[in-house]
Design a protein around this ligand. Structure first.
Ligand code: NAD
Length: 295
C-alpha cells in the first residue's frame, strides 16, 4: 500500500521512518530540501509537489506546523484538492484548530473523500520508537481502514468521536501540560529561594501528591541539565494553548487558569527569538527571580 507523508519536521521524520519500516511504499513531501534529503536517504520516494502526491496516492498523512499550513496544503492553488482522487483519506496528525478541521472536513467530504484528525502525544522520543498516543476523530469506517498505518507510529490509539474530537483533546491536553510545567517551575524557584536544591525538591515531589510529567521527566531531562532539547518549540506550545484558550472562550466555559497560563507562555515567546525550546520557559522566572534552576 502507498502512503503519502507531508511535513518532515522534528516529528514527521521519525513518524515517516516508522511507516517506511512497516513495509509501506512511502512518498514524501516537505518544503525543506534538507528534510526531503533525509527521507530520500532512508529510501522514501520524493514527490515534486503536494498536487503531484495526491495525483497518485489515496492515503495521505499531514504533520504540519499549524492549521493555516494544513489549509494551504489542502485547498491552496497547488494543494491536495487540485488533484485528489475520489475516495481518498487525508489524515491530519498535526496539532490543528478543531474548528478549522471541521470546515476542511466538510470541503473534503463534498469532494468525495474523507478527513480524519489524528494528532499525537509523546514527542520525538516516542515517535522514534513508535510509541505515540494517537487520538483520532472522524468517520469510523475510514478510521478502521487506517488503523494498521497508525499502529506503525503509535502504541495507544483511540477513536475519540466525530471529526475535530482528536484535535480538541490534543489542545486541551497541552493546556494541562503547559500548566503543570509552569506550576512546577514556580514551586522549584520558591524552594531555591529557601536554599533547597531543586533535585531534592523533585525527588520528594515525585514520591508525593504533587508529581506530574514535568516533575518526573521534563524538568530533570531538559531544564536542570540546561540542555533544553525536548525538540518541541516554544512557538508550537503557544500555538497549541492559544487554540485551546480560543475554544474554551468560544464555549463560554468557566476556566480561569488557561488565560493566565497562555499569557505567561506568550510573554516568554515574545522575549525569545521564537525558536526556543518550550522548556526554556524557565528563563522567564530565572530573570525575574535572579536564580538559575540547575542540578
Ligand atoms: P516542525 O516545525 O519541526 O516541522 C514542520 C515541518 O513542516 C517542517 O519540516 C516544514 O518544512 C514543513 N512544512 C511547513 N510548511 C509546509 C508546506 N506548506 N508544505 C510541506 N511542508 C511544510 O514541527 P514538529 O515539531 O514536527 O511538529 C509538527 C506538528 O506536530 C505540529 O502541529 C506540532 O504542534 C505537533 N506536535 C509536535 C510535537 C513535538 O514534540 N515536536 C509533539 C506532538 C505534536
Amino acid at each position: 500500500m502507498k502512503i503519502g507523508f507531508i511535513g518532515l519536521g522534528n516529528m514527521g521524520i521519525p513518524m515517516a521512518k516508522r511507516i517506511q519500516d512497516a513495509g509501506y511504499d512511502l512518498i514524501v513531501y516537505d518544503t525543506s530540501a534538507t528534510q526531503m534529503a533525509i527521507m530520500q536517504n532512508y529510501g522514501a520516494v520524493p514527490a515534486e509537489s503536494v498536487s503531484m502526491l495526491s495525483k497518485h496516492i489515496k492515503c495521505i498523512i499531514l504533520m504540519l506546523p499549524n492549521s493555516q499550513t494544513v489549509k494551504n496544503v489542502i485547498e491552496g492553488e497547488q494543494g491536495l484538492l487540485a488533484t485528489l482522487q475520489i475516495g481518498s483519506t487525508i489524515i491530519d496528525m498535526s496539532t490543528s484548530n478543531p474548528l478549522i478541521t471541521k470546515k476542511l472536513g466538510a470541503k473534503i467530504e463534498r469532494h468525495g473523500s474523507t478527513l480524519i484528525d489524528a494528532p499525537v502525544s509523546g514527542g520525538v522520543g516516542k515517535a522514534e520508537t513508535g510509541n505515540l498516543t494517537i487520538m483520532a476523530g472522524g468517520d469510523e469506517r475510514a478510521y478502521n481502514q487506517i488503523v494498521p498505518v497508525l499502529k506503525a507510529m503509535g502504541s495507544y490509539i483511540e477513536h475519540v468521536g466525530p471529526l475535530g474530537s482528536g484535535h480538541s483533546i490534543k489542545v486541551l491536553n497541552n493546556m494541562l501540560s503547559a500548566t503543570h510545567l509552569l506550576a512546577t517551575i514556580e514551586i522549584l524557584a520558591a524552594g531555591l529561594k529557601m536554599d533547597i536544591n531543586p533535585d531534592k525538591i523533585l525527588k520528594v515531589i515525585n514520591k508525593s501528591t504533587g508529581r506530574n510529567l514535568s516533575s518526573e521527566y521534563k524538568i530533570p531531562n531538559f531544564i536542570l541539565n540546561r540542555r533544553f532539547d525536548s525538540n518541541f518549540s516554544m512557538d508550537l506550545m503557544c500555538k497549541d494553548i492559544s487554540i485551546a484558550l480560543d475554544m474554551i472562550n468560544a464555549l463560554k466555559c468557566p476556566a480561569f487558569l488557561p488565560g493566565i497560563v497562555t499569557q505567561l507562555w506568550n510573554l516568554a515567546n515574545e522575549k525569545g527569538n521564537r525558536l526556543y525550546d518550550h522548556t526554556e520557559i524557565v528563563r522567564l522566572y530565572e530573570e525575574w527571580l535572579e536564580v538559575e534552576l540547575k542540578t
